[in-house]
Design a protein around this ligand. Structure first.
Ligand code: HEC
Ligand code: HEC
Length: 196
C-alpha cells in the first residue's frame, strides 16, 4: 500500500501543478460531447439511470482527481478507467470545469422522501460529521465531492465500496468513516443525501 500511496501522491501533485486558469469549460463541453460522456452521465450532467452518477455541480478538483485516478487505473470502476485513457491533464481540467459549471439537481426519477428513513439518515450524518467535510449543504468543496441530490443507488454503491475497502480515494478518510457501518445505516444515509 505504501507504493500505491506514493503513486496517488504523485498523481495529486500533478493535478495541483496545473493552474486552474488553464481550465476552459467551453472546451470541456466540446470534449464531453465528442467523447459521449452525456450518454451515460446525462446531457446536462444529471444521470437519468443507474449505475451512473450525476456530475453536474461537482467541484472541479474532485472531477480532475477522479479522472486522473481512473486514467492511472488507481480507481477500479468500469467503464471509466478505459474511457479515461489518452486524456491529457489539460483536457481533464477542461472536462472538470465543464461539469462544475453545470447546475446540479435531482434525477428525473427520484422518488418521494420517506420521512422516517430521511430522519434516520439526517441523525446519522450529524453524528458521523458528514457535513464537516462535505459542507452542511453537502455541495462538497475542492477534492470532496457533492453528495446532495446524487442518485440514491450510486450513493449506496459508493458508501458500500468504501466500507469494504474496494474503493480508496486519494486518502483513506472515507474508509475510516464507513468502518463498521451497517447496510441499513448506509441505506438511510443514501436516502437522506439523495433527497437534499
Ligand atoms: C458507458 C457509460 C459511461 C460513459 C460514456 C462515461 N461514464 Fe463516467 N462513469 C460511468 C459509471 C458507471 C461510473 C461509476 C462507476 C463506479 O463507481 O462503479 C462513472 C463515474 C465517473 C466519475 C466519478 C464520479 C463520482 O462521483 O465518483 C467521473 C468523474 C466520470 N465518470 C466522468 C466521465 C467523463 C468525463 C466521461 C466522458 C469522457 C464519462 N465519465 C463517460 C459511466 C460512464
Ligand atoms: C474527513 C472528511 C470526510 C468525512 C467526515 C466524510 N467524508 Fe465523504 N468523502 C471525503 C472525501 C475526501 C471523499 C473523496 C474520496 C475519494 O477520492 O474517493 C469523499 C467521498 C464520499 C462519497 C463518494 C461520492 C462520489 O461521488 O463518488 C460519498 C457518497 C461520501 N463521501 C459520503 C459521506 C458520508 C455519508 C459521510 C458521513 C457518514 C462522509 N462522506 C463523511 C471526505 C469525508
Amino acid at each position: 500500500m505504501i507504493l500505491r500511496d506514493a503513486v496517488v501522491a504523485a498523481a495529486l501533485a500533478a493535478a495541483v501543478a496545473f493552474p486552474s486558469a488553464a481550465q476552459d469549460a467551453a472546451q470541456g463541453a466540446a470534449l464531453a460531447e465528442a467523447r459521449g460522456c452525456g450518454s451515460c452521465h446525462g446531457a446536462k450532467g444529471i444521470a437519468e439511470q443507474p449505475p451512473m452518477p450525476s456530475l453536474a455541480g461537482q467541484p472541479a478538483e474532485f472531477v480532475t482527481l477522479q479522472m486522473i485516478l481512473f486514467r492511472e487505473r488507481l480507481r477500479d470502476a468500469p467503464p471509466m478507467p478505459d474511457l479515461a485513457q489518452g486524456l491529457e491533464d489539460g483536457q481533464i481540467e477542461d472536462l472538470a470545469a465543464h461539469f462544475a459549471a453545470l447546475p446540479p439537481g435531482p434525477p428525473p426519477d427520484r422518488g418521494e422522501a420517506d420521512a422516517g428513513r430521511a430522519g434516520e439518515g439526517a441523525a446519522l450524518s450529524q453524528r458521523m460529521n458528514c457535513g464537516v467535510c462535505h459542507l452542511p449543504t453537502y455541495a462538497g468543496r475542492a477534492q470532496i465531492p457533492r453528495v446532495a441530490g446524487q442518485r440514491e443507488e450510486y450513493l449506496v454503491h459508493a458508501l458500500t465500496q468504501y466500507r469494504e475497502g474496494t474503493r480508496r480515494g486519494s486518502d483513506t478518510n472515507m474508509n475510516a468513516v464507513m468502518y463498521g457501518v451497517t447496510d441499513a445505516q448506509i441505506a438511510a444515509l443514501a436516502h437522506y443525501l439523495a433527497q437534499r
